[in-house]
Write a protein that binds this ligand. Structure first.
Ligand SMILES: [Zn+2]
Length: 225
């Protein structure tokens, strides 16, 4: 089973969730009010590539902001330890890059393949707006909420929305510039776990050697009595 990998080389959150950690709506949010959407700005003001987090298929394209819904082909392992089929929704790629990547309904992208790019279609400044939800994909892929953002417009969000930090596993080589303050699961934490287990194993071995030496010593003392 594939891990659901974070999809950019640099993680730089430029707008976080529109909810507080206790679930309450954050009405100070710029445009993510009530949603677990994230904006990613890449390493700088340019247009960084995004790489498929797992094997995915394009299931819908919509709007002036070039919203693209990608559904995972299979279940994938998420950061919270649960396996799920997922739907990803990304916004703002420019038209030329859509064309260059051959994004069209039915197109399959394999894990790690370039599948999207920062852009400014329907937005100000290059970035990717990203949401993730549990499959199955439904005909429109998203829904209008009854919550308004600061511009007094109703916020839309992906169906069966999940919190990205509970879904994406951050690969070791990802440069984390701004994690938005969320408790992301990093791939190297698994290595840390292995390192600790090894250390524990070494400690136990040393203790065993120590006690074996004592038992031997007692044995030889008993022999002399
Ligand atoms: Zn956004």
């Amino acid at each position: 089973m594939q891990n659901c990998k974070f999809f950019m080389e640099h993680m730089r959150v430029t707008q976080g969730y529109g909810r507080y950690s206790n679930g309450n709506v954050d009405y100070t949010s710029y445009s993510h009010t009530g949603s677990y959407a994230l904006d990613f700005g890449g390493k700088d003001l340019g247009k960084d590539w995004a790489y498929a987090p797992c094997d995915v298929k394009v299931v819908r394209i919509y709007g002036v902001y070039n919203a693209v819904w990608f559904e995972s082909l299979d279940q994938v392992m998420c950061a919270d330890g649960k396996a799920r089929k997922l739907v990803f929704m990304l916004l703002h790629i420019d038209d030329a890059d859509m064309k260059a990547l051959g994004i069209q309904v039915g197109r399959i992208f394999r894990q790690g393949e370039k599948f999207y790019r920062e852009g400014s279609a329907g937005a100000v400044g290059n970035h990717i707006h990203m949401e993730v939800g549990a499959a199955p994909f439904t005909p429109t892929g998203w829904q209008k909420t009854n919550i308004k953002d600061r511009t007094n417009a109703y916020v839309w969000k992906i169906n069966s929305q999940l919190k990205p930090h509970e879904v994406f596993i951050i690969p070791k080589d990802t440069v984390v510039m701004n994690d938005g303050g969320y408790d992301w699961f990093r791939e190297d934490e698994r290595d840390e776990e292995i390192r600790l287990l090894r250390q524990e194993n070494t400690d136990l071995r040393q203790q065993l050697q120590h006690y074996t030496a004592i038992v031997e010593k007692i044995g030889s003392i008993l022999d002399t009595l």
